[in-house]
Write a protein that binds this ligand. Structure first.
Ligand code: XUL
Ligand code: CO
Length: 435
């Protein structure tokens, strides 16, 4: 039985196509920078937004009309799995991602919850045997249930810490069973509201203990997926511990975790942190920590996580430029952590939204590749920093200079001559490449 009977397989029809259910730019087999587009982009569908989310907001219930409506409990969970594989295959999206609680309902105890999960994981495993679709990453929802009111690994209640540990233990076993290529930690409520009742040192130490335990258990069971942390500055906590890439990298380094973790950078989280997406990607990349991305976009006029499908070509091009400079995302990918707007409530909108995101990233990749091939920004940097490739600048870079030699060099030199940064001209060139 088909869940999306009005939609067939989405094909690449090229940029002249007027068919809204076709790709205009995403052509999986097209070679860009020596790699198939599909392999470069490694798109993933986020289960929580596409199959679990229903469009509710703080002022109203969900509006979505979905083929799995009319079922409940485990039957609902099964109907979603069935529809999800039809969706991935029709769209030609090679990966998916989920939280444990997206895919199966909770039971009265953790044991019962795990039993529900086992049923759905077995079903997914069966689908994955006959489908080419793979699991990019799985994660644990340790923020929705009221037990996580004070956090999970950073809670003030040791029983909750134990529960979270058991939940991630099961998550790693699930990842092993389904062959997930990454395991993500997003610190949903790992943060605090007020220092008046918070022992920050204990909470951060416990968070690091938790991550070390996760590594130990993964090694014990032979789980080989890449560990990723997803920074976010606020929401739901006022102060989230994984504020942004720089904060998260510093945390990982302080606790000796930097060799086992990379970052999953989300566009909308960058906006909330007061950064651009490319800033967060760049900081991760130059620290060797760019692992994967959550592709979406926020709204600079709104202070919360709107998780819109990414259609801002300018931002996506600059993001893809960072990813290209990174040599791709390795075992990571481009996960659409994005939801259709509440007023886009028809099931077909799920296709339109993913097509829009996939086409935008395909275009961004092509523009970024051209920028790299033509050395546009490489030349900008070479020219701007030319003074560090010769003479005294080269001495500084090579560690041959000290305060005394620098003083001797500059003291009688007179007026220093600077060069223009040429930013407007560079931006105009970038526009020429994009349009
Ligand atoms: C929340 C968010 C999460 C993570 C996975 O803002 O981005 O959905 O991606 O827990
Ligand atoms: Co995310």
């Amino acid at each position: 039985m088909s869940a999306f009977k009005n939609v067939g397989t989405i094909q690449y029809e090229g940029k002249e196509s007027k068919n809204p259910l076709a790709f205009k730019h995403y052509n999986p087999d097209e070679i860009v920078l020596g790699r198939r587009m599909e392999d470069y982009l490694r798109f993933a569908c986020a289960y929580w937004h596409t199959f679990t989310g229903e469009g509710s907001d703080p002022f109203g219930v969900g509006t979505a009309i979905r083929p799995w409506h009319g079922t409940s409990g485990l039957d609902l969970a099964k109907a979603r799995v069935e529809a999800s594989f039809e969706f991935y295959e029709k769209l030609g999206i090679p990966f998916f991602c989920f939280h444990d609680r997206d895919i199966a309902p909770e039971g009265a105890t953790l044991r019962e919850t795990n039993k529900n999960l086992d049923v759905i994981v077995a079903m997914m495993k069966d689908y994955m045997k006959t489908s080419k679709v793979k699991l990019l990453w799985n994660t644990a929802n340790m923020f929705s249930n009221p037990r996580f009111v004070h956090g999970a690994a950073t809670t003030s209640n040791a029983d909750v810490f134990a529960y979270a540990a058991a939940q991630v233990k099961k998550g790693l076993e699930t990842g092993l069973e389904l062959g997930s290529e990454n395991y993500v930690f997003w610190g949903g409520r790992e943060g605090y509201e007020s220092l008046l009742n918070t022992n920050m040192k204990l909470e951060l130490d416990n968070l690091a203990r938790f991550f070390h335990m996760a590594i130990a258990y993964a090694d014990e069971i032979g789980y080989k997926g890449q560990f990723l942390i997803e920074p976010k500055p606020k929401e739901p906590s006022k102060h989230q511990y994984d504020f942004d890439a720089a904060t998260t990298i510093a945390f990982l380094k302080s606790y000796g975790l930097e060799d086992r973790f990379k970052l999953n950078i989300e566009a909308n989280h960058a906006t909330l942190a007061g950064h651009t997406f490319e800033h967060e990607l760049h900081v991760s990349r130059i620290n060797g920590m760019l692992g994967s991305i959550d592709a979406n976009q926020g709204d600079t006029l709104l202070g919360w996580d709107t998780d819109e499908f990414p259609t801002d070509l300018y931002s996506v091009t600059l993001a893809m430029y960072e990813i290209v400079q990174n040599g791709g995302l390795g075992s990571g990918g481009v996960n659409f952590d994005a939801k259709v707007r509440r007023q886009s409530f028809e099931a077909e909108d799920l296709f339109f939204a993913h097509i829009a995101g996939m086409d935008t990233f395909a275009r961004g990749l092509k523009v970024a590749a051209k920028l790299v091939e033509d050395k546009v920004l490489e030349n900008v940097l070479a020219d701007r920093y030319a003074s560090f490739s010769e003479g005294i600048g080269l001495d500084i870079v090579n560690g041959k200079a000290d305060f005394k030699s620098l003083e001797a060099y500059i003291i009688d030199k007179g007026e220093i001559v600077n060069k223009s940064g040429r930013l407007e001209q560079i931006r105009a060139t970038l526009n020429d490449y994009i349009f």
